[in-house]
Design a protein around this ligand. Sequence first.
Ligand SMILES: Cc1ncc(COP(=O)(O)O)c(C=O)c1O
Length: 394
Amino acid sequence: MMMFDRLAEPSGDALHGVMARFRADPRPNKIDLGVGVYRDETGASPVMAAVRDAERLRIEHQDTKAYQALAGDHLFIEAMTDLVFGVDGPAVREGRVAAIQGTGGTGSLRIALELAKLAAARTRLHLGLPSWPNHLGLAEAAEVELLSHRYFDVEEGRIDLAAIEESADAAGEGDLFLLHGPCHNPTGADLTTAQRASLHATLAERGAVPLIDAAYYGLGDGLAADLELLRDDVAASPRALVSVACSKSFGLYRERTGILFAICASAAERDRVQGQLERISRTLVSMPPAHGAATVALVLTQPGLRASWESELAGMRARMLALRAELAALTNTAPMLRGVDREKGIFKLLPLSRDQIDRLARDHATHMAPSGRANLAGLKAGDAERFAAALAAI
Ligand SMILES: Cc1ncc(COP(=O)(O)O)c(C=O)c1O
C-alpha cells in the first residue's frame, strides 16, 4: 500500500519562489519580471473591458448551473473554431476538426498527449529547449518519451535552426513535434514563415504530427497575422493537434479556459477522435468549467465586445512593441538586450547566471525566473532604463 510517508520531497516550482520573494521585497521601486502575465504600464494585469462586459451579460442571462456537454460549451467551440480556422477554412469545411474545451492551455495539452498515447503506447515528443517548463512536466506526467533538441542558443541569442531541422529529420511516424504558436516562450524568437513551412514539409513526410501550442496570439504580428500562422500550420499538415489557450489573449488566466483541436485526415477519423477526446477528458476534469468559455463565446460573437477585445489586444501588443523599441535603444548600456526588437510577445531570455539573477534581486529589486527569462511586460513606465542599468551593473 502506498503511504504518504514514502513520498519523495517535491521539487519546488521556481516561479512560485520568485513570486514569493517579490511579494516579500519591501522596496517601493521593485520590478517583477517573473510570472508570465501581461501587465500594463502601471504594473496591473487588468480584466479586459470586453471580458468584464461579457461577464456582466452572462451573469444576467445564465439560467442553469447544470453540467455542460463533455466537449464543453458548443458556442465557445464554434466561436473559437471560427476565430482560429475560419468557418469556411478547408479543414472545417471538410469536417476534419475535432475539438474539446480544455482547462486552459495546460489542460488542453494534457488531453493532446493522452490522445497521442492512446493511439500509440510508445509516443515520443520532440521538444526544442528552452521551452515553457510545463512542457517538460506535462510529458513526464503523461509518460510520453521526451526527445529534446536545442531550439535557441542563449549565448549567441539566436534560433538553432540546424538542430531543429535535424530533430524533425529524425522524427518517426506518429511522433509528436511541439511547435510554439506566435511568441515563443521563453525566448520571444519565432521561426520565419518559410522556416516553419519547411519544417512542416519534413514532419508531413516523416508522418510526424505537429503539436502546436498557441498561448500568445495577438501579441506577435497582430491578431490576423498570428492566426494566419496557425492556419498555415494546419494547411501544411495532414494531421495536427492545436492547443489554443485563452489565458493571455483574453486575460482569463484564472478561469482556466482553452481548447484543443485535433485536425484529422478524414471526417470519419474526426468522429473517432472526437469520441476519444471526450473519453479522455471524462476522467481528467469530466465536464469542463463553464464561466471562461461562455465569456469568450460572448466576446467573440457580440460585435461590440469583439471590437473592444480586438482593440484592447492590439493595445497590449503596441505596448510590447514600444517597450521593445525602448529597450533596443538601450543596448549600448546593456548589450545582452540585443535582438529585443526582433523578438515577439512578452518574454526575453537573457544569458544570466544564477548569481547575476540573485544580484539583480538583491541589489536592484528586479525579480526574474532563475532560467533568465524576463517578462518584459513587468516593466512599468520609466522602468526600462533602470532595468538596462541594472543589467549593466551586475
Ligand atoms: C507556451 C505556453 N503554453 C501554454 C500556456 C498555457 O497556460 P494556461 O494553462 O494558464 O492556459 C502558457 C502559459 O504560460 C505558455 O506560456
